[in-house]
Design a protein around this ligand. Structure first.
Ligand code: SF4
Length: 264
């Protein structure tokens, strides 16, 4: 039994029928052209209360549209990833790990990179951390396969599960930007400090910045809500469920994500 099972009272699954994360409206076309650097493309939410009330906040570039069916373009992208040797991580991989979940979901989850089980299976977040992620999302009524599209900052496993380097993240960023443009999520959950750095360009500070909404302003992030949270691997190492603990905080962060999805 993994650690996530022990947290069942904190991350107790709620009936999935109550989820509001239904597939989004389709029929628009997307592009990753003109993508700003991550740090330039986001801004802290200026007024959380007003932000929650605004379905399309003023003063921001609206989200670019996407194709009616993103699957053909995503399949092409996956094929390009499978042939990719842009960085040295290609050398040790068994599989390129691109995504799992629903490409029409309004929630996208971005983690760090594949671990051993992900490398072996070709699917992200399938190990113990992935199981905990699924349970955490289920605890707020989000089904990880139906209501979310899940990927990583880098698509090949770093040796010994080390953190990907900035150069490796930069090499893989165009693929991630294309995924965001094609899936067109309203909300992006950044799982851990590496995802926060790879997408937002912010190094460190996950403990301070987790749970804080940021609104993308430019490029592929424009109009999308982003929230950094603790990585599930960190939660596996910090099992406390006490008030104020990382798990307790993450549960509240995910409840805010659920609320945001209901408003979008
Ligand atoms: S991690 Fe990304 S950039 Fe590096 S080889 Fe794999 S797919 Fe290519």
């Amino acid at each position: 039994m993994n650690d996530s099972i022990h947290q069942s009272d904190l991350f107790a699954a709620t009936p999935s029928a109550n989820t509001s994360a239904a597939p989004p409206a389709l029929g628009q076309s997307g592009s990753s052209a003109g993508v700003a650097s991550p740090a330039e493309a986001v801004a802290p939410a200026p007024d959380p209360a007003a932000d929650r009330a605004a379905a399309t906040p003023s003063g921001t570039e609206p989200r670019q549209a996407r194709p009616a069916d993103p699957e053909p373009a995503l399949a092409l992208l996956a094929a390009r990833c499978a042939d990719c040797h842009r960085c040295g991580l290609a050398e040790g991989r068994q599989h390129v790990v691109v995504s799992r979940g629903n490409s029409r979901a309004r929630l996208m989850v971005i983690g760090e990179g594949p671990g051993a089980q992900e490398d072996a299976s070709g699917r992200p977040f399938v190990g113990r951390a992935g199981q905990l992620l699924d349970q955490m999302l289920a605890s707020v009524g989000i089904d990880s396969e139906r209501d979310a599209y899940i990927g990583n900052v880098v698509k090949c496993r770093p040796p010994d599960n080390r953190r990907p380097t900035p150069e490796e993240m930069a090499a893989c960023l165009p693929f991630l930007q294309q995924q965001i443009a094609l899936v067109d999520p309203a909300v992006i959950l950044l799982a851990g400090a590496t995802a926060m750095e790879g997408v937002l360009g912010i190094r460190g500070g996950i403990t301070r910045l987790r749970g804080q909404w940021r609104l993308g302003e430019e490029g592929v992030l424009a109009g999308r809500w982003l929230m950094p949270v603790f990585h599930p691997s960190y939660l596996l190492r910090n099992a406390s469920r006490e008030q104020g603990s990382p798990k307790w905080l993450t549960w509240h962060d995910l409840k805010a994500v659920r609320t945001r999805l209901e408003q979008e």
